[in-house]
Write a protein that binds this ligand. Structure first.
Ligand code: ADE
Length: 334
């Protein structure tokens, strides 16, 4: 069976290999996202009390905020098995059926990037989510036949960076929606310290604070930077992580004092130098910079907006006074 291809098929990246040890197992160890955690805790306990499958959950928000980690935690809390896949990996209804076929009552199917599910697969998912069955046609031409497949009650956890790109019928079938927020500095400090402990390396207060401030509210970025800083500390320093190692590593990585990376700064300087600070459309900007629109919209813009560097207006994106000051441009006359 070629199921390996789409169920957790890709080999783990460096980030993900470390995460298998960095990831918390229980809600109480999951740092931050208080609102999502508190709500989920109630729904999980209620489902356990009733011995029912948890209602379907949609986790949405910018990349790197721990959606996959939270899905694994939910599975652990419920004491059920979790099958993981992603929107683009499930190409045909048959692929979906193969995964659903592996589920027992109460188990979880996690679909990352669920907004990228092909439409034909999405349509099969509707009845699976609502009434736990699928009707699909197998074979082609004269040998094709419809089959009806009953499923055990299961929980779908979908993750997406863009809830707005889900079709209405799919969105409507999630009983629980959790909006993942950028993390507070204090939460990121705790995450960095916890990760350092897992790596068995000492990090001082100042260094963990600096990493937290410069990681764009994002645990994935904080953990990635921690690994690079650890490299510097072990090669150039005394093996423990101090502020000097942290500043040195971040300078090499070209991460500035507020955590902006070279592409962030390119976006902002392009807006100032080519478009007088805006307004400019995202497509125009993306073409000028040579990045695709999705990368800009999903990975870069949300943080720049949240931090007050960019404002979205009906006529396009505009930089703010903060941007001029942060990048040392003279303020435009009003
Ligand atoms: N590692 C990455 N994200 C985390 C989180 N939210 N809580 C604890 N550890 C984490």
């Amino acid at each position: 069976m070629d199921q390996e291809r789409f169920v957790s098929s890709e080999s783990l990246t460096e980030d993900e290999q470390h995460l298998t040890t960095l990831r918390p197992q229980l809600l109480k160890d999951y740092i931050g996202q208080a609102k999502a955690k508190n709500e989920l805790s109630v729904y999980i306990q209620a489902a356990l009390k009733r011995s029912e499958a948890l209602d379907h959950v949609l986790l949405y928000g910018p990349p790197g905020l721990g959606k996959t980690t939270l899905a694994l935690v939910i599975a652990n809390e419920l004491g059920v098995k979790i099958q993981t896949s992603s929107g683009p990996a499930i190409e045909r209804p048959g692929d979906l059926l193969a995964i659903l076929n592996e589920l027992n009552a109460g188990d979880i199917l996690f679909i990352d990037e669920i907004h990228r599910l092909p439409r034909i697969v999405e349509e099969v998912l509707y009845s699976a989510m609502e009434d736990y069955y699928v009707d699909i046609v197998i074979g082609q031409g004269s040998t094709s036949q419809p089959i009806h497949f009953e499923l055990p009650p299961f929980t779908l956890i979908g993750a997406t960076t863009r809830a707005g790109m889900l079709s209405q019928p799919l969105r409507d079938r999630f009983g629980i929606m959790a909006h993942m927020q950028y993390y507070e500095v204090e939460d990121l400090e705790m995450i960095v310290k916890r990760s350092a402990k897992v790596f068995q390396i000492a990090i001082d207060e100042q260094a963990s604070h600096e990493l937290a401030v410069r990681s764009r509210g994002t645990p994935r970025i904080a953990n990635r930077m921690l690994r690079r800083v650890r490299d510097f500390a072990q090669v150039h320093g005394d093996g423990n992580i101090h502020i000097k190692d942290t500043r040195g590593a971040l300078e090499v990585l070209q991460i500035d004092g507020l955590g902006l990376d070279p592409l962030d700064r390119k976006i902002l300087t392009t807006m100032i130098e080519f478009y007088g600070g805006g307004p400019v459309g995202i497509a125009t900007l993306a073409a000028n910079i040579g990045e695709d629109i999705i990368t800009l919209e999903d990975m870069y813009e949300p943080y720049l907006v949240q931090q007050g560097f960019i404002q979205r207006t009906p006529r396009g994106r505009m930089v703010t006074e903060l941007t001029y000051r942060h990048l040392n441009y003279p303020l435009k006359d009003q």
